[in-house]
Design a protein around this ligand. Structure first.
Ligand code: KIV
Length: 266
């Protein structure tokens, strides 16, 4: 692939039944590797809050922090679409402010679009942003920015709650979003939504039937500490590899075997 992926490529992949592969990244180094691996889309998630920024959850992430991380990711990427994740209170206050803040991702970071959380409640906001020609990735189901209101992280859409999640996904599509993240919903509900929507669904904790999948990069690389969410899988243990490398470097400094002759100038 010699050109950047676009929203049209994702639509085509859904139409052809090809899975869309996406993941988060928060810096240029990781983004470059993700891009080399051939992922179609990188989300600069506000999960940066609890991954790289050391907050307890995503609520404290600021617009300026998110813009800075998005710009760094963009600098590392040639082909993947880069989507900036609008943080808490950067789009909920008014539609005008939402459009202005969404536009900052395109103008100041070079991002290819934005993501925001919410379905029916965000219909008008998403519509205003897409009318300003800013591509929007929706996000329904478990909404991490609503974790305080919801009283924690849990599966959304079981039993009578299912219809609300379907309505939310339909609202996101009606508002003009190019795709929607389904987070923390039962797999058969995700299947129904995927079959109902014309736009692609990207699942996380939503089972195998979505048009694509997204994961938090630190979870799948073993950099997320001891806790791994059920929906994630550790594909490598970079945490342990890093610890071993650091311990070896420290030891070699202490016993004067590093720097060696080949690391030293005459
Ligand atoms: O912030 C994030 O990383 C996300 C994904 C988990 C979808 O919203």
């Amino acid at each position: 692939m010699e050109r950047r992926y676009t929203v049209r490529d994702l639509a085509k992949m859904k139409a052809e039944g090809r899975k869309i592969t996406t993941i988060t990244a928060y810096d240029a180094i990781t983004a470059r590797l993700v891009d080399q691996a051939g992922f179609q889309l990188i989300l600069v998630g506000d999960s940066a809050g609890n991954t790289v920024l050391g907050y307890e959850n995503t609520i404290p992430v600021t617009l300026e922090e998110s813009l800075m991380l998005t710009a760094a990711v963009k600098r590392g990427v040639k082909n993947a679409m880069v989507i900036g994740d609008m943080p808490f209170l950067s789009y909920q206050v008014s539609e005008a402010e939402a459009v202005r803040n969404a536009g900052r991702y395109l103008k100041e970071t070079g991002a290819d679009g934005v993501k925001l959380e919410g379905g029916t409640a965000m219909l008008k906001t998403i519509k205003r942003i897409t009318e300003a020609s800013i591509p929007v990735l929706g996000h329904v189901g478990l909404l991490p920015q609503s974790v305080l209101k919801d009283g924690g992280y849990r599966i959304h859409g079981r039993n009578e709650e299912a219809q609300q999640i379907i309505d939310d996904a339909l609202a996101v599509q009606e508002a003009g979003a190019f795709a929607v993240v389904l987070e923390g919903v039962p797999k058969l509900l995700a299947k129904t939504i995927t079959e109902t929507l014309k736009i692609p669904t990207i699942g996380i904790g939503a089972g195998p039937y979505c048009d694509g999948q997204i994961q938090v990069v630190t979870d799948i690389l073993g950099l997320g500490g001891a806790f791994i969410p059920r929906h994630a899988k550790k594909f490598a243990d970079l945490g342990q590899i890093t610890l071993d490398a650091l311990a070896e470097y420290k030891k070699q400094v202490e016993n004067s075997t590093f720097p060696a002759e080949e690391n030293s100038a005459n």
